[in-house]
Structure formats: C-alpha cells, structure tokens
Design a binder for this molecule. Structure first.
Ligand code: GDP
Length: 613
C-alpha cells in the first residue's frame, strides 16, 4: 500500500475494522490509553491524528522513528501529552513469580486461622546436653516407641504429647538456626535454651540467647544435668537474669525447667511448658489454603533423586499438588512423615519428605504450591535465570584437565558439573553414574541438569560456578560455543555414557589422557531436500561456517539435539563430486545409513585426531 493511501486511512478514524481500538475523535477531554510498546502508526491511530504529525512531533523530541517503528510507552506518552492528550496507562502486569511472592506476604483473615503445633529448636553451649535432651524427649514419646522408634531421619520429629503435637528440629544448635535465618527462613517458634546446671552460662549460651532474641523467638530455659551433685540451678537463674531472662518465680516472664536428660527427669514438665508458651503466643495457620513451607534438609539420594524435607508452615500440602521450591519445581507424588509412613496430606507445622523435584533445593528455600505445572516451571525458570545473572561475578574456571592436575598435586577438589542430555532418562542415568564416581579424593557435584541442547545460559552458569558442561547426545549452539570459548568453559559431549564416565573417572584419578580429540571443521545448514532415485535423500545445504570435507563425519543436529552421526556418502557441488566445500557455498550432501534429514537441520562436520601424549 503506497504511503499516501496509508496516510489517508489514518485520517479516517471512523472506518470500521481496520482501526482497532479506535475511539471517535472527540469532543470532551482528549484521552489516549496506552498499553505496552506500540508503533508510531498505532499511536497516531489511537489519537486520531496523521502519522506524519506524530513523526514530526517525535523528531522535535529527538526521536527519529518511521511509521512502522516501535516506540516505548514513555516516549509515546510524552509525545501524546505534547500533542495535547491526557494519557492513561495500564499498569504493567505482575509476573507469575511476583504474584507468588506477593501471595506469600498476604495475611490470612483471622477467622481462617487454626491453632498449629509449635516448632522447637534446641540451642545451647556445646556439651550442655542438647543432643541428649532431644533423645530423652523422643524416648518419652509413646507413639514413636510403639511405631518402632524413629525410623526415619528427615530433619524434624513430631512428638505426640497429651493429644497434642510438638515438632522438634533434629539439628540442635544455633548454627543451623542462623543459617536458615540468613536465608530469610523462619521456622522456629520456640527455642529451648539448654544450660548445664554444673557449668552454668557459657559463651555459646549467650550467643544462642542473642540469636533467639534477635529472631524474636520465645525462649524456654532447660536447666540440664540436675542429677549432678554439683548442679547449681539458682546460679544459672542468676546468670540469665543478668542477661535479661528473668524466671517467673523471680517475677519475670521466662519459664525455667530443671531437667536431667540422662535420667529422663523433668522432661514431661518441659513439654507441658513448651505447650503453655505456644498457647501464650498463639501459633496459628490457615490449613485451608495452598501450602507454603520451608526446606529444612535436602539432598540428592542415589536411588530416589532429589529429596527434601519440607516443614509446612501454612496451608495443607496434598498429594498431586504442583509446587516451586526456589529454583526447583515438582509435583507431590508421595510424601512420608518423620516415621517413614506415607501420608496423603500435611497440615501446618508438619514436616514431610517429598521426592520428585527437578533439582535439589537449598535448606531454607521456600516451597509454594501453585495452580499447575506450567506455573511451577515458569517461576522456577525465571528464578534460575535471575540467579545465573546474579551469580556471574565470582568465578573460578575448571576443566577436566585442571581437575586431573589438581588431583596430581594432592588437592581435594570438587568437580562441579552441568549435565545436559537429549531426554530426561539419559540425564538421570548420567547424573547417577557421575554421583557414583565420587571418591574421598574428589567430590562431584551436579549443580544443574536438564534436557535439550547446550545453551548460552548453561555455559554462563558453568562459568559462574567453575563447572564443566557435559552434553549427552546434545550439542552447544553457536552462542554457547562462543561463550564457552570466551569464558574458557570446558564443554564435553558424548554419545555413550560409559565414555563420559570414563573420562571423568580418569580425570579424578589425576591421569586424564585424551587419546582422541574431536575437531569440528564446519557447519552447514540444510535448506532443501531432494529425493534422488537410487541415492535417497540429498540435503541441499549452505555452508555457514568453516568447511565440509568429503572424509569428515557428519553430526546431524536438530534443535541442539544430536539426531545421528554418519559418514558422508556423497558431497557434490552441482553435479560434481568434490573434496571440500567452503563457507558461503552451497552443496549437496547425502549420508551413509541416514535418510531422515530435515530442513533446518545443522550438519556439523568433524574429524577425530590423535592427540600426542
Ligand atoms: P551437646 O553437645 O549439647 O549436644 O551435648 P550432648 O548431648 O552430646 O551431651 C554432652 C555430654 O553430657 C555427654 O557426655 C552426655 O552424656 C552428658 N549429659 C547430657 N545430659 C546429661 C544429664 O542430664 N546428666 C548428666 N550427668 N550428663 C549429661
């Protein structure tokens, strides 16, 4: 359509159909509503003005833009205002991630809240009996005993006490508590401060006290080792009073309970007091909403893949729920409680172990149930991208050769690996094979695993964390190759799991000797396919990089995934057989034993060369 016709059209706002969102050119306030970036033409249409006038105005504002060029909202708004319009703008929509974050901060209405069990952490100075106290508490638990004791270690134990429940975090001490807090997680409702009656208040007692106070967590003091002849409970009370923890019997508001973890005395009273303090502080949650919780432990289990113990903090986690945990996502297929018993739902304050996560989350990561798998994946991916961007600074490069030489020098390095594979099954198989390789000399740590071609962001992630990239049946795309070269990231690609494992194993023993090295000669893009009688499919190609030689092997790559590797059957320019075709030229390629070439496939030509030792 010639320019002038278009100009005319723009001047006829009443014309239906072609003028979407057109408001009549108006009397009354001239208002233009802007949503997202738009072209100069769109803006002109919205205002019912000639595009040429809008272009002139933009030039006067220092913006050179053609009629079909996109301009940002800000520029559009300024131009519209300058031209006498009032501008209304749509607020940018929140991303799913932002919505989820906002959801976490939303408070539940009072009437939806129900009492929930308190979550307790035991803290105190070393050797004052934290572990012994936890053991004594568990032993007093009839239900656990009947179920055959604590069969499972999932990071937290639920205690049944007088028809109520108390949850204890299994890792005593303020270090774990602080590590969680550092990550913004608050899981503890009540701190039990253990002080040995003979030893009295010690430096770590004060530390633990300060940590609990800082977190605004109520404290119950357990004066332990009361069985000892030199126990001086009053001295403990005095020392803590000096620190501002005044016993009730002295007119303060802190509960002190004398106990002996060794003899099991005073434990009942301690539990009663914990529940009393819980009631005082009214720990509540809304069980009738989508669950949120915090990871208290997570690991990569050799058989089951990533597992995490999650303490549900609000809502109820149910089988079938989709969730995100930090950068990981998954669906609750099965859950077990602290006694290893499968459960169908986990209400507030219940610790459960979940499997089926996309990767191992970190302790302190927050679990949030979302409406569907798409949302879960989308949010996890958004977070991962942000994390990678944030992780870019500190980097120490690693390659299998570096690893080998560091092992030779007697170091105990950690080999971090990013694994990419063509299908989930092979990614898993490779991950498990690599995990089995870990020795006392070298730790292996798969920091990221996924399906699909090796991308720029995989390489960036590896660069940021000093990892190598292992590709199984997949190839790096050209951006990934460029970044890898730039950032000196070791990318190794394999077609056989055993070869990958073998290379890593040799490197771990400090004796990586790559016998054969692959050299990529060039790449050609399949532009068209021809069926030739007797020969089969011939790919009409354009060599985009390097060269293709008759004696090279061809790797057919489709969307980053290696479809096959095959020898060249024929390499032709027009009708002639040739020995090589250089970049910028067209050629016809047919492969031995492979007919399934498709348009847009990348044919990568490579040769294997001996590397002198
Ligand atoms: P933690 O470092 O705070 O976890 O302390 P432990 O639970 O490991 O206990 C340290 C030592 O104190 C161990 O030798 C326990 O047997 C002992 N112990 C713990 N509780 C008592 C108690 O109530 N009475 C006596 N006499 N010894 C105790």
């Amino acid at each position: 359509m010639p320019q002038s016709r278009r100009g005319e059209l723009l001047q006829r706002p009443s014309r239906p159909g072609s003028m979407r969102e057109q408001k009549p050119v108006a009397r009354g306030p001239r208002v233009v509503h802007l949503e997202g970036p738009l072209t100069v033409k769109d803006l002109a249409v919205k205002m019912g003005l000639r595009a040429a006038d809008v272009i002139k105005k933009l030039i006067s504002l220092g913006v050179m833009a053609g009629i079909n060029q996109e301009i940002d909202m800000e520029t559009a708004a300024i131009a519209a205002q300058e031209m006498g319009y009032e501008v209304t703008q749509k607020q940018p929509e929140m991303t799913k991630e932002e919505l989820l974050d906002a959801d976490l901060l939303k408070e539940d209405p009072e009437e939806t809240l129900r009492p929930r069990p308190p979550v307790v952490t035991v803290m105190g100075h070393v050797d004052h009996g934290k572990t012994s106290l936890l053991d004594a508490i568990r032993e007093s638990n009839v239900a656990a005993r009947e179920a055959g004791g604590i069969t499972q270690h999932i990071g937290a134990s639920v205690l049944d006490w007088k028809d109520r429940k108390v949850v204890f975090l299994d890792t005593p001490g303020h270090e774990a508590f602080t590590a969680m807090r550092a990550r913004g997680a608050k899981v503890t409702d009540i701190a039990v401060l253990v002080v040995a009656a003979d030893d009295g208040v010690m430096p770590q007692t004060i530390e633990a006290l300060n940590h609990a106070r800082d977190a605004k967590v109520p404290i119950v003091v357990a004066i332990n080792k009361m069985d000892k002849p030199d126990a001086k409970p009053d001295r403990v009370k005095q020392q803590l009073t000096d620190k501002g923890l005044v016993p009730e019997e002295w007119g303060g508001d802190t509960v002190f309970v004398p106990v002996s973890a060794r003899q099991g005395t005073g434990i009942d009273h301690l539990l009663d007091m914990i529940l009393l303090v819980a009631d005082l502080h009214g720990m509540k949650a809304n069980p009738d909403r989508k669950a949120t919780g915090t990871v208290i432990e997570a690991e990569l289990d050799k058989g089951r893949g990533p597992v995490a113990t999650v303490l549900v903090q609000n809502g109820t986690l149910r089988i079938g729920d989709h969730y995100v945990i930090g950068q990981a996502w998954g669906k609750v297929r099965a859950m077990v409680d602290d006694r290893g018993k499968p459960v169908k739902k986990a209400p507030p304050s219940m610790p459960v172990e979940v499997t089926g996560l996309s990767e191992v989350p970190g302790a302190g990561d927050v679990l949030q149930v979302v409406e569907d798998e798409r949302t879960a994946k989308e949010v996890a991916e958004a977070r991962r991208t942000r994390k990678r961007a944030g992780d870019m600074q500190m980097s120490s490069r690693m390659s299998l050769e570096d690893l080998a030489s560091r092992v030779r020098e007697g170091e105990i390095p950690e080999l971090k690996i990013v694994v990419k594979a063509d299908v989930q099954g092979s990614a898993e198989a490779l991950k498990q094979a690599i995990d089995k390789l870990e020795t006392s000399e070298v730790k292996t740590n798969i920091i990221h695993g996924g399906v699909g071609g090796i991308t720029e962001s995989d390489v960036m992630f590896a660069a940021a964390s000093g990892a190598i990239v292992i590709g199984f049946n997949v190839r790096p795309d050209s951006n990934a190759r460029r970044v890898a070269e730039d950032q000196k990231v070791d990318i190794r690609t394999y077609r056989i799991i055993y070869d990958a494992v073998d290379d890593i194993q040799s490197a771990m023993k400090g004796m990586l000797k790559p016998k054969m090295k692959e050299t990529v000669l060039g790449r050609a893009e399949v532009r068209q396919l021809f069926k030739v009688p007797k020969v089969g499919n011939v790919a009409g190609c354009y060599v985009v990089e390097g060269k293709i030689t008759r004696n090279s092997t061809i790797r057919v790559v489709r969307d980053g995934v290696v479809v096959c590797e095959a020898a060249i059957d024929s390499l032709k320019r027009f009708k002639d057989d040739v020995r090589e075709v250089a970049s910028g030229y067209e050629c016809g390629i047919s492969l031995e034993k492979f007919q399934d070439i498709k348009e847009a496939d990348i044919l990568e030509a490579f040769v294997m060369e001996e590397v002198p030792a």
